[in-house]
Design a protein around this ligand. Structure first.
Ligand code: DC
Length: 224
Protein backbone atom coordinates (compact mmCIF):
# COMPACT_ATOMS: atom_id res chain seq x y z
CA UNK A 1 0.00 0.00 0.00
CA UNK A 2 1.19 3.50 -0.79
CA UNK A 3 -0.17 6.47 1.15
CA UNK A 4 0.71 9.93 -0.17
CA UNK A 5 0.54 13.01 2.06
CA UNK A 6 1.06 16.36 0.34
CA UNK A 7 0.54 19.91 1.45
CA UNK A 8 2.23 23.24 2.13
CA UNK A 9 4.93 23.90 4.68
CA UNK A 10 3.80 23.65 8.29
CA UNK A 11 0.55 21.76 7.61
CA UNK A 12 1.58 18.92 9.95
CA UNK A 13 2.47 16.41 7.21
CA UNK A 14 5.48 14.88 8.90
CA UNK A 15 3.93 14.60 12.37
CA UNK A 16 0.80 13.01 10.92
CA UNK A 17 2.80 10.91 8.44
CA UNK A 18 4.79 9.41 11.32
CA UNK A 19 1.67 8.82 13.43
CA UNK A 20 -0.15 7.18 10.54
CA UNK A 21 2.80 4.98 9.53
CA UNK A 22 3.14 3.85 13.15
CA UNK A 23 -0.60 3.14 13.49
CA UNK A 24 -0.92 1.18 10.25
CA UNK A 25 2.53 -0.47 10.48
CA UNK A 26 4.05 1.06 7.33
CA UNK A 27 7.45 2.54 6.54
CA UNK A 28 7.61 6.34 6.63
CA UNK A 29 9.50 8.39 4.04
CA UNK A 30 9.98 12.11 4.62
CA UNK A 31 10.80 13.33 1.09
CA UNK A 32 11.34 16.90 2.31
CA UNK A 33 14.26 15.54 4.36
CA UNK A 34 15.86 14.35 1.11
CA UNK A 35 15.68 17.84 -0.44
CA UNK A 36 16.97 19.27 2.85
CA UNK A 37 19.91 16.82 2.85
CA UNK A 38 20.94 17.91 -0.66
CA UNK A 39 20.57 21.58 0.37
CA UNK A 40 22.83 20.99 3.38
CA UNK A 41 25.47 19.33 1.19
CA UNK A 42 25.30 22.23 -1.29
CA UNK A 43 25.78 24.83 1.45
CA UNK A 44 28.59 22.87 3.10
CA UNK A 45 30.44 22.64 -0.21
CA UNK A 46 30.13 26.40 -0.71
CA UNK A 47 28.10 26.00 -3.90
CA UNK A 48 25.58 28.65 -4.93
CA UNK A 49 21.97 27.44 -4.60
CA UNK A 50 21.24 28.73 -8.09
CA UNK A 51 24.18 27.01 -9.81
CA UNK A 52 21.99 24.34 -11.42
CA UNK A 53 24.80 22.19 -12.79
CA UNK A 54 26.77 22.09 -9.56
CA UNK A 55 23.66 21.50 -7.41
CA UNK A 56 22.58 18.68 -9.73
CA UNK A 57 26.05 17.15 -9.35
CA UNK A 58 25.64 17.21 -5.56
CA UNK A 59 22.17 15.60 -5.82
CA UNK A 60 23.61 12.84 -8.02
CA UNK A 61 26.49 11.99 -5.72
CA UNK A 62 24.98 12.54 -2.26
CA UNK A 63 23.94 9.32 -0.57
CA UNK A 64 20.85 10.14 1.47
CA UNK A 65 19.54 7.39 3.74
CA UNK A 66 16.40 7.40 5.84
CA UNK A 67 16.59 4.80 8.59
CA UNK A 68 14.74 3.79 11.73
CA UNK A 69 11.10 3.52 12.67
CA UNK A 70 8.64 6.38 12.03
CA UNK A 71 9.04 7.85 15.51
CA UNK A 72 12.80 8.05 15.44
CA UNK A 73 13.64 8.54 11.79
CA UNK A 74 17.32 9.14 11.19
CA UNK A 75 18.52 11.05 8.14
CA UNK A 76 22.04 10.34 6.92
CA UNK A 77 24.18 12.09 4.33
CA UNK A 78 27.05 9.92 3.09
CA UNK A 79 26.83 7.97 6.36
CA UNK A 80 26.78 11.07 8.63
CA UNK A 81 23.78 11.69 10.90
CA UNK A 82 22.20 15.01 9.81
CA UNK A 83 18.77 14.50 11.43
CA UNK A 84 19.06 17.66 13.56
CA UNK A 85 21.25 19.75 11.22
CA UNK A 86 18.61 19.84 8.45
CA UNK A 87 15.82 21.22 10.68
CA UNK A 88 16.80 24.88 10.52
CA UNK A 89 14.86 27.62 8.71
CA UNK A 90 17.94 28.28 6.54
CA UNK A 91 18.03 24.68 5.29
CA UNK A 92 14.25 24.71 4.74
CA UNK A 93 14.56 27.78 2.54
CA UNK A 94 17.56 26.36 0.68
CA UNK A 95 15.68 23.07 0.09
CA UNK A 96 12.80 25.03 -1.39
CA UNK A 97 15.22 26.82 -3.78
CA UNK A 98 17.13 23.75 -4.99
CA UNK A 99 13.88 21.76 -5.35
CA UNK A 100 12.95 24.00 -8.31
CA UNK A 101 15.77 22.41 -10.38
CA UNK A 102 14.24 19.67 -12.60
CA UNK A 103 17.36 17.43 -12.62
CA UNK A 104 17.50 17.51 -8.82
CA UNK A 105 13.86 16.46 -8.67
CA UNK A 106 14.43 13.69 -11.22
CA UNK A 107 17.25 12.28 -9.10
CA UNK A 108 15.31 12.32 -5.82
CA UNK A 109 12.03 11.12 -7.37
CA UNK A 110 13.90 8.11 -8.76
CA UNK A 111 15.02 7.18 -5.22
CA UNK A 112 11.57 7.82 -3.77
CA UNK A 113 9.97 5.48 -6.30
CA UNK A 114 12.58 2.86 -5.58
CA UNK A 115 11.88 3.08 -1.83
CA UNK A 116 8.17 2.85 -2.51
CA UNK A 117 8.57 -0.45 -4.27
CA UNK A 118 10.31 -2.05 -1.28
CA UNK A 119 7.13 -2.34 0.75
CA UNK A 120 4.09 -0.51 2.06
CA UNK A 121 4.93 3.11 2.78
CA UNK A 122 3.64 6.51 3.82
CA UNK A 123 5.42 9.32 1.95
CA UNK A 124 5.04 13.00 2.67
CA UNK A 125 6.03 15.87 0.40
CA UNK A 126 4.64 18.26 -2.20
CA UNK A 127 4.28 16.10 -5.33
CA UNK A 128 3.77 12.57 -4.03
CA UNK A 129 0.16 12.08 -5.14
CA UNK A 130 0.56 14.09 -8.35
CA UNK A 131 3.97 13.03 -9.71
CA UNK A 132 5.91 10.49 -7.63
CA UNK A 133 3.06 8.02 -7.09
CA UNK A 134 0.05 9.17 -9.13
CA UNK A 135 -1.48 5.71 -8.55
CA UNK A 136 -1.05 5.82 -4.76
CA UNK A 137 -3.76 3.87 -2.92
CA UNK A 138 -4.67 6.79 -0.69
CA UNK A 139 -3.84 10.47 -1.14
CA UNK A 140 -4.18 13.12 1.52
CA UNK A 141 -3.73 16.84 1.05
CA UNK A 142 -3.24 18.58 4.39
CA UNK A 143 -3.58 22.30 4.64
CA UNK A 144 -4.29 25.20 7.02
CA UNK A 145 -4.24 28.97 6.73
CA UNK A 146 -0.76 30.55 6.43
CA UNK A 147 -1.32 32.29 9.79
CA UNK A 148 -2.12 29.03 11.54
CA UNK A 149 0.83 27.22 9.96
CA UNK A 150 3.16 30.07 10.90
CA UNK A 151 1.88 29.96 14.51
CA UNK A 152 2.59 26.23 14.72
CA UNK A 153 6.05 26.57 13.17
CA UNK A 154 6.83 29.52 15.46
CA UNK A 155 5.81 27.56 18.59
CA UNK A 156 7.98 24.62 17.48
CA UNK A 157 10.98 26.85 16.80
CA UNK A 158 10.52 28.73 20.08
CA UNK A 159 10.84 25.46 21.96
CA UNK A 160 14.37 25.18 20.51
CA UNK A 161 15.61 28.75 20.32
CA UNK A 162 14.82 32.36 21.25
CA UNK A 163 16.24 33.56 17.99
CA UNK A 164 12.93 33.61 16.05
CA UNK A 165 10.11 36.06 15.50
CA UNK A 166 6.55 35.39 14.39
CA UNK A 167 6.86 37.98 11.61
CA UNK A 168 9.93 36.27 10.14
CA UNK A 169 8.27 32.83 10.37
CA UNK A 170 5.10 34.13 8.71
CA UNK A 171 7.12 35.74 5.90
CA UNK A 172 9.07 32.51 5.45
CA UNK A 173 5.88 30.40 5.21
CA UNK A 174 4.45 32.78 2.59
CA UNK A 175 7.67 32.81 0.55
CA UNK A 176 7.83 29.00 0.62
CA UNK A 177 4.16 28.67 -0.39
CA UNK A 178 4.81 30.97 -3.32
CA UNK A 179 7.98 29.19 -4.47
CA UNK A 180 6.70 25.63 -3.94
CA UNK A 181 3.41 26.20 -5.73
CA UNK A 182 4.58 28.33 -8.65
CA UNK A 183 7.69 26.41 -9.77
CA UNK A 184 7.47 24.98 -13.29
CA UNK A 185 8.38 21.38 -12.41
CA UNK A 186 5.98 19.43 -10.13
CA UNK A 187 4.52 22.37 -8.21
CA UNK A 188 2.57 21.81 -5.03
CA UNK A 189 -0.94 20.93 -6.20
CA UNK A 190 -3.97 19.00 -4.96
CA UNK A 191 -4.34 15.64 -6.73
CA UNK A 192 -7.83 15.18 -8.17
CA UNK A 193 -8.50 12.14 -6.02
CA UNK A 194 -6.96 13.48 -2.79
CA UNK A 195 -8.80 13.65 0.52
CA UNK A 196 -8.33 17.29 1.53
CA UNK A 197 -8.17 18.07 5.25
CA UNK A 198 -8.02 21.67 6.40
CA UNK A 199 -6.62 21.55 9.93
CA UNK A 200 -6.98 25.26 10.73
CA UNK A 201 -9.68 24.53 13.31
CA UNK A 202 -8.60 20.97 14.16
CA UNK A 203 -6.16 19.45 16.63
CA UNK A 204 -3.50 16.98 15.49
CA UNK A 205 -5.54 14.19 17.12
CA UNK A 206 -8.68 15.18 15.21
CA UNK A 207 -6.82 15.19 11.88
CA UNK A 208 -5.23 11.86 12.77
CA UNK A 209 -8.63 10.30 13.54
CA UNK A 210 -9.94 11.40 10.14
CA UNK A 211 -6.93 10.01 8.35
CA UNK A 212 -7.10 6.67 10.16
CA UNK A 213 -10.83 6.45 9.35
CA UNK A 214 -10.07 6.90 5.63
CA UNK A 215 -7.34 4.24 5.71
CA UNK A 216 -9.53 1.74 7.61
CA UNK A 217 -12.41 2.32 5.20
CA UNK A 218 -10.17 1.61 2.19
CA UNK A 219 -8.74 -1.47 3.87
CA UNK A 220 -12.27 -2.79 4.53
CA UNK A 221 -13.21 -2.21 0.90
CA UNK A 222 -10.17 -4.15 -0.28
CA UNK A 223 -11.01 -7.11 1.94
CA UNK A 224 -14.67 -7.28 0.89
O1 DC B 1 8.58 19.43 3.85
P1 DC B 1 9.86 20.23 4.06
O2 DC B 1 9.65 21.58 4.68
O3 DC B 1 10.88 19.44 4.80
O4 DC B 1 10.43 20.47 2.58
C1 DC B 1 11.50 21.35 2.31
C2 DC B 1 11.40 21.82 0.87
O5 DC B 1 11.67 20.74 -0.02
C3 DC B 1 10.04 22.38 0.45
O6 DC B 1 9.93 23.76 0.70
C4 DC B 1 9.96 22.06 -1.03
C5 DC B 1 10.85 20.85 -1.19
N1 DC B 1 10.11 19.61 -1.39
C6 DC B 1 9.68 19.34 -2.67
O7 DC B 1 9.86 20.16 -3.56
N2 DC B 1 9.06 18.17 -2.95
C7 DC B 1 8.85 17.26 -1.99
N3 DC B 1 8.25 16.09 -2.30
C8 DC B 1 9.26 17.52 -0.66
C9 DC B 1 9.88 18.73 -0.38
Amino acid sequence: MIIAIDGPSGAGKSTLGRMLAHEVGLLYIDTGAMYRAVALAVIEQGISLTDQRAVTGVAKHARVDLAGDPNSLQVKLNGRDITVAIRTAEIGRAASVISTIPEVRRELVYHQREMGTRGSVVLDGRDIGTVVFPDADIKFFLTATPEQRAHRRYDEDRARTNDVSFEATFADINARDERDSTRADSPLAIAEDAVVIDSTELSIEEVFERMVAVVRERQMKEVS
